[in-house]
Design a protein around this ligand. Structure first.
Ligand SMILES: [Zn+2]
Length: 208
């Protein structure tokens, strides 16, 4: 079935969890500035916190899985319903995306569950600590397979306690965005329906 992930990773069957990496952009309105969605509570580090729901025209929401221009991820209304029906995923794990008429046209993925730290497994080093508010973000270190495709590691402990949909404990880049991580069973469901969707696999790291 020409599944993208199976072509990029020889050992994809061994992956235990997957970070979302959808590539179809859900563009918002031309006259909405990205900064409008966020507030900046700390002047020193300028960490951004999303205060408003994302806005997008219905015509831009045709893909079941998409990436927002704020680099968060989203799903169609239908897919969100299916995920809530089949998995331990709740309404709180999404935030509505509306058009300018106020109709819900898509959903942003906002996982409520935070995973255990994975700094040791992935050699994630703190990039910047704000002396004012204590906010911290990490440099995105990753591993690459022989095809140059990136992957991460997860500990058994983090795997055991993760949910169907999660954010990493660590945030990355000056935008403080975590990785959005789904369980193996959610991944199986998604790739079966959408074989072209892309993810970054997490493999188990045996600790001594
Ligand atoms: Zn700060």
């Amino acid at each position: 079935m020409n599944q993208l992930m199976a072509r990029l990773y020889d050992n994809i069957d061994e992956a235990k969890a997957f970070a979302l990496s959808f590539t179809n952009f859900v563009y918002d309105y031309d006259d909405v500035i990205i900064d409008d969605y966020f507030i900046i509570p700390c002047k020193h580090c300028k960490r951004m916190i999303q205060a408003k729901d994302y806005l997008a025209p219905k015509a831009n929401c045709k893909n079941p899985c998409g990436i927002l221009t704020t680099f968060h991820f989203g799903v169609s209304i239908e897919l969100r319903d299916q995920l809530m029906e089949r998995f331990e995923i709740s309404e709180q794990d999404f935030r509505p995306i509306r058009n300018k008429r106020g109709e819900i046209v898509y959903y942003q993925i906002t996982p409520q569950h935070t995973m255990l730290p994975l700094q040791k497994e992935n050699d994630w080093k703190a990039a910047k600590l704000c002396p004012q508010c204590g906010s911290l973000y990490y440099k995105d270190h990753h591993y690459e397979n022989s095809k140059g495709e990136k992957y991460y590691y997860i500990s058994q402990q983090a795997l055991d306690e993760m949910h169907d949909i999660n954010v990493t404990y660590e945030c990355f880049s000056r935008f403080y965005i975590p990785r959005f991580v789904i369980s193996r069973r959610v991944y199986n469901f998604l790739v079966e329906r959408y074989p072209r969707t892309h993810y970054f696999p997490f493999y188990l790291k045996e600790t001594t």
